[in-house]
Design a protein around this ligand. Structure first.
Ligand code: GLV
Ligand code: MG
Length: 310
């Protein structure tokens, strides 16, 4: 994995050194040492370096925090804490990191990102987001969350063919087949995450999509999260990087439309008709969300800037 870092780093916004699930118990120390090596020796350019440490109730979390903050605290931007249950977990990490930062003489505060992956965490989501000024964002952890809630899906993110609504029967033909529509298992949780994050001025992310071969469903799951307000998603495999970039950057036609509405609305107040649709103060704000995101992304990506005509 370390050998792939120089090729992958320039293609992503964030590179995350994962020490938690996915790393066998026998390799925990080696993974931590490997991340320290990356932090000390590799130049990642503009790409942020994050880590996911082991959960706070594991035998590794204390050494993860102690080693990483002391050794590469100046290279790390964000520490992701898995299985956060409530604000007390964030308070604990915040205090410990403050001590380690002071000891290491760090001047830039490390930020915290919580993974929402237990029912209790979801119940406490607002308090988690507001637990520390270090809080940078939240990610959905659909696999652990499904297990903890005793949901009956064995998939990592995405829908399930049995979670559906069915059209009414044909009154003249009770035997006729009825259309079914698969529903999004994650809608409720993502919507709660987005509201809690916006309330506290931090950023919501979709987490993992485990069916690497099903790039179409991955794109659908990412797009649902994007439309609901998420700013990004994890890529578990290089094939998901292009999907995430495509989905979380507004489409050029949507940016062009948003700019047209803003232009037509003049000072942004009142109401007008454009192509048969009502536009007003509120819809201009919606359009500004799209254009401002496009501008932020274009500032870092000349190809995107050209596609938006900036
Ligand atoms: C991610 O950590 C998940 O459990 O889905
Ligand atoms: Mg998890």
């Amino acid at each position: 994995m370390v050998a792939k870092v120089p090729d992958i780093a320039p293609t992503v916004d964030i590179l995350l050194g994962n020490l938690e699930d996915g790393v066998p118990a026998s390799d925990k120390e080696a993974a931590r040492a490997g991340l320290v090596e990356v932090g000390k020796t590799m130049d990642l350019g503009d790409t942020a370096l994050w880590t996911r440490i082991n959960s706070l109730d594991s035998p590794w979390a204390l050494d993860d925090l102690t080693t990483l903050v002391s050794e590469i605290g100046d290279k790390l931007d964000v520490i992701m804490i898995p299985k956060v249950e409530g604000p007390e977990d964030i308070h604990y990490a915040d205090r410990l990191i403050a001590q380690l930062e002071a000891k290491a003489g760090l001047t830039k505060p490390l930020l915290l990102h919580a993974i929402l992956e237990t029912a209790q965490g979801v119940a406490n989501v607002e308090a988690i987001c507001g637990a520390s000024p270090r809080m940078q964002g939240l990610s959905l952890g659909p696999a652990d969350l499904a297990a903890n809630r005793r949901m009956k899906t064995t998939r990592v993110g995405g829908g399930h063919p049995d979670y559906l609504v069915r059209a009414d029967p044909d009154p003249d033909n009770a035997e006729a087949s009825r259309t079914i529509y698969q529903q999004d298992l994650w809608h409720y949780t993502i919507a709660r995450m987005v509201d809690a994050c916006v309330t506290h001025g931090i950023l919501p992310f979709y987490g993992p999509f485990g069916d690497i071969a099903d790039t179409v469903a991955c794109e659908d799951q990412f797009r649902n999260a994007y439309l609901l307000g998420c700013v990004g998603a994890w890529s578990l495999h290089p094939v998901q990087i292009a999907i995430a970039k495509r989905v979380f950057s507004p489409r050029p036609q949507d940016v062009a439309h948003a700019r047209r509405v803003i232009e037509a609305m003049g000072d942004g107040t009142g109401a007008i008709m454009l192509d048969g649709k009502m536009e007003d103060d509120a819809s201009v704000k919606q359009c500004k969300v799209v254009v401002e995101l496009a501008q932020e992304l274009a500032a870092r990506d000349p190809e995107l800037a050209a596609s938006y005509g900036f």
